[in-house]
Design a binder for this molecule. Structure first.
Ligand code: G1P
Length: 287
């Protein structure tokens, strides 16, 4: 498993006004843009090539993951070597493809078909940040399981019933333990409350076979009049085993403002240099 698709073409309307002139993926969580956490998660799981499915307004994402000769030379000349290291250490090989129309997540994944070729691949949705509880991380465990069981892996977490209509929900015989996979009976996109097959929601981390591209090419539009990745997975599961992997870590849905604030809080507290001062600040607020 060497390739990951990061769909970043969305305009981030849920994150306006911040996302009006900067991509929502570039909004900072403490001192790094949100997307860097997702790229680091992929790299930690052994991914070697990042495929950005992007939009003309998102050039700053590509620039962030590129070398910046002028800046690097300036930092070198000023002997600011720690900063130089920080800006050069996360530059994984990446390519960009465009999503010319906003036709849904399934369509975004399909836009990367030519780069994927015959390779199996992972999809990471950058709206969701995963805070791993362990090494190897959840994504690594999914990839290991994919290789061993030859079964697609869909990362899920348990969530309260009133939220099920905002996510993909899986149908399983029983809820797996954290860190375990279970065969999926089905998957539905944003079911109405009271109709969901379980309380296990699709987090936005997938390990999929190359052949899903053919399914994406042929499925009709689904919920929201969009080409849904969930529908292609449901179709895949009719002919081969697809498993739901229950994550051990924690998620922050940065697609929502409150999820974003939670991500800032957790990453601020955990920050190696700022953490202690940040905790003091929080205590001051607890008056
Ligand atoms: C997408 C997927 C959904 C998944 C969610 C996770 O929905 O279609 O199945 O649960 O991401 O964030 P979106 O948030 O793009 O509407």
């Amino acid at each position: 498993m060497r390739k990951v698709i990061l769909p970043v073409a969305g305009l981030g309307t849920r994150f306006l006004p911040a996302s009006k002139s900067i991509p929502k993926e570039m909004v900072t969580v403490v001192d790094h843009p949100a997307i860097e956490y997702v790229v680091k998660e992929a790299v930690a799981a052994g991914i070697e090539q990042i495929i950005l499915v992007t939009h003309s307004s998102k050039a700053s994402i590509e620039n962030y993951f590129d070398r910046n000769f002028e800046l690097e030379t300036t930092l070198e000349n000023k002997n600011k070597l720690d900063l130089l290291k920080e800006i050069t250490e996360i530059l994984p090989p990446h390519v960009s493809v465009r999503q010319p129309q906003p036709l849904g997540l399934g369509h975004a994944v399909l836009c990367a078909k030519a780069v994927i070729g015959e390779d199996d691949f992972a999809v990471l949705l950058p709206d969701v940040l995963v805070k791993d509880s362990d090494t190897p991380n959840d994504l690594s465990l999914m990839i290991q399981r994919f290789d061993k069981a030859q079964a697609s892996q869909i990362m899920v977490e348990a969530l309260p019933e009133y939220l099920v209509d905002q996510y993909g929900i899986v149908d399983v015989k029983h809820s797996p333990n954290e860190g375990e996979s279970i065969v999926m009976q089905g998957i539905v996109e944003k079911p109405a409350i009271g109709t969901a097959p379980s309380n296990l929601s699709v987090v936005g981390r997938y390990v999929l076979p190359a052949k899903i591209m053919q399914l994406l090419e042929n499925i009709p539009k689904g919920v929201g009049n969009e080409i849904q990745l969930t529908d292609a997975i449901a179709m895949l599961q009719e002919t081969e085993t697809v498993e739901a992997y229950r994550m051990k870590g924690q998620t922050f849905d940065c697609g929502s403002k409150i999820g974003y604030l939670k991500a800032v809080l957790h990453n601020g507290v955990d920050h190696p240099k700022l953490g202690e001062d940040f905790k003091t600040l929080i205590k001051e607020l607890e008056l």
